[in-house]
Design a protein around this ligand. Structure first.
Ligand code: TYM
Length: 339
């Protein structure tokens, strides 16, 4: 069925499994706020705690990180009045639809998922069954809202292709046009923010080196120091995009600058081409600090009132269930489950 039959709706999620990084901010959170403010979509954003527990999480820590993530969403500009903001486990229809999708998805499809291979590492036999089934729950997160668009960083592309495969197979097997073909929205200059220590590795909360990433909770000094020490090459910045080929660290810093400044990479290079990193890095640090400092200050302020955060999550979950309950009921009916 053409997606025009579905109301324009955005869904996206972030795992509360670690602190937020600059990658999460530029690749996801900043874009979530933009899509909310553009006003073309209903926007639904989720802390995916059920995904987080596919690898071991300390229970008290998980609660703290979920609340901190909620504070991170709000501090980044997601407004819990304009968007629906909640944690996944409070909306049981996600897990219920995921079970149906476990019967639709094929083992062969799941075996191809690179994130599972990366996360399970060498010891696959010891990975949780949940980690293997993770992409099926992710498809359910999206399709339980009939979401039409999903803003994510590049690393989630394969999971979104699988979501389309699951929707298509469900529709085909049951002879319905029930689930939409969701569009990934992987746009902007920072869809893949790389490590500050190694331009071939993604910036990640799980990297053992804290110098490899900027955390949203870092203070101004830490941000400036990490950018100053970021690995680069000895050449000046080029004036054209072609000049960034084979220079992953230079490209990464230019991409980060472009994303903060809401400019294209071409525009940035037109301004800074010819400059040395010794001149460019302080410019980048100034921009980063100006945008990130208010976010980390607001996160700490919000974290002082846990009750308020929990209230926001409960209210978001109630609003979410107004959408998910009828879609799950219809799914059960299509599948032939008596209610
Ligand atoms: P997660 O929690 O790893 O990351 C959350 C979002 O941040 C983006 N991201 C990055 N973008 C650019 N550069 C980086 N270095 C970087 N690191 C992270 C991710 O692409 C993502 O958009 N499986 C998902 C969570 C999820 C989800 C969903 C997303 C569960 N259900 C449904 C969308 C729709 C994940 O692990 O993201």
């Amino acid at each position: 069925m053409a997606n025009t039959a579905f109301q324009p709706r955005v869904f996206s999620g972030i795992q509360p499994s670690g602190g937020l990084t600059l990658g999460n901010y530029l690749g996801a959170l900043k874009r979530f706020a933009d899509m909310q403010n553009e006003g073309n979509f209903e926007t639904i954003y989720c802390m995916v705690d059920l995904h987080a527990i596919t690898v071991w999480q300390d229970p008290a820590d998980l609660k703290r990180k979920t609340r901190e993530l909620c504070a991170g969403f709000i501090a980044s500009g997601v407004d819990p009045e304009k968007s629906i903001l909640f944690n996944q486990s409070q909306v049981p229809e996600h897990a219920q639809l995921a079970w149906i999708f476990n019967t639709v998805a094929r083992m062969g499809w799941m075996n191809r998922m690179t994130q599972f291979k990366d996360k399970a590492g060498k010891n696959r036999e010891n990975a949780s069954l949940g980690l293997f089934a993770y992409p099926s729950l992710m498809a359910a997160d999206i399709l339980i809202y009939h979401a039409t668009h999903v803003p994510v960083g590049e690393d989630q592309k394969q999971h979104l292709e699988l979501t389309r495969d699951i929707a298509a197979k469900f529709n085909h097997d049951y002879g319905v046009d029930f689930f939409p073909m969701t569009e990934p929205v992987i746009e902007g200059a920072a869809t893949r923010v790389m490590s500050l220590r190694d331009g071939s590795k993604k910036m990640s909360k799980s990297d053992p080196s804290d110098m490899s990433r900027i955390n949203l909770t870092d203070d101004a000094d830490a941000i400036a120091a990490k950018l100053r020490k970021a690995r680069t090459d000895p050449d000046a910045l080029p004036s054209e995009v072609d000049g960034l080929a084979e220079r992953p660290e230079a490209r990464n810093l230019v991409n980060i600058y472009a994303a903060f400044a809401d400019m294209t990479v071409e525009q940035v290079l037109a301004d800074v081409g010819g400059k040395q990193f010794s001149e460019f890095k302080p410019m980048l640090a100034e921009l980063a600090v100006a945008q990130l400092s208010p976010i980390s200050a607001e996160m700490s302020r919000l974290m002082q009132d846990q009750e308020e955060i929990d209230k926001i999550l409960r209210r978001g979950a109630e609003r979410a269930r107004e959408i998910t309950e009828p879609i799950l009921a219809k799914t059960y009916d299509i599948v032939g489950l008596v209610r």
